[in-house]
Design a protein around this ligand. Sequence first.
Ligand code: TA6
Length: 296
Amino acid sequence: MSQSIAQLSGILSIDGHVAVTVSPAGLPHLLLTNRHGLVDVALAGAQVLRYEPHGTAPVLFVSERAQEVAGKSVRGGIPICWPWFGPKAGAAQHGFARNVVWQAVSSEVHGETVSLTLALPADAGSAVGWPDAYAVMLTVRLSDVLVVELSVANRGTQAWQWSGALHTYLAVDDIRQTRIVGLDGCRYRDQVLGGEQLQHGDLLIDREIDRVYHDRAAALRVVDGAALRVIEVAKWGSGSTVVWNPWIERSAGFADLAPDAYQRFVCVETANADAAAVTLAPGERTVLGLRLRVTE
Ligand code: TA6
């Protein structure tokens, strides 16, 4: 059962740091603020939609054609793909977690760090035929960086497997002047050309890119040459990184993306996809974590 605005406020509001707001579409959001910046999280999908450190342009891209409607994730921010990544016969692409309203659990302030924890409703899976019992939480932590952690526990009596991603849309000023540093020498599955390939040098985005890198490196850097800034994407509990940009022709297939929007984002997704899918024994718990930090 969804929580009212008054209930959400009662659980989460902290004066000067966590506010429950209502978006223009009439849906509840949580706004985290501290002296370093702000984070805006939609309760629908537990989707982080804005991360704005003071003095810098927004770190996350959100499409100007995005529509915020119940049951569908917004094109931008950090949609949560879980408990599967990619297409699945007879089911929604990227799982159900991004399409349902999450529940407020707690918020707290420790020194400069403001955090918020939301839970995926326990019955969201059974509603779409997912058989396994889980406890899934998302914690968002704002300090001088942004940390997002997806905690997944097996509450059933048998082992099961999940795949997924924090499908992060990073904003860049000009995709043609953007490179991703840290994947040199990494193998990847190319979802555009097919087959397995090896990355040579930095990744330049100069065509449609849709790749699952079998990458366990702790951190990558997205160098935005036009904005003269670097976004560091650090991760843990993750065995793959997905990089996606639809480029010109594929963009036309997305009603919620303007034709030129591909120039202003690249998805660098902290993932457990393909062979990195996670098997959880009964009672076992894993954490998929992401840290975004802007450096000039
Ligand atoms: O993560 C890359 C990808 O799976 C692409 O293949 C592309 O379809 C994209 O995500 C967007 O997926 P969505 O279901 O959000 O439209």
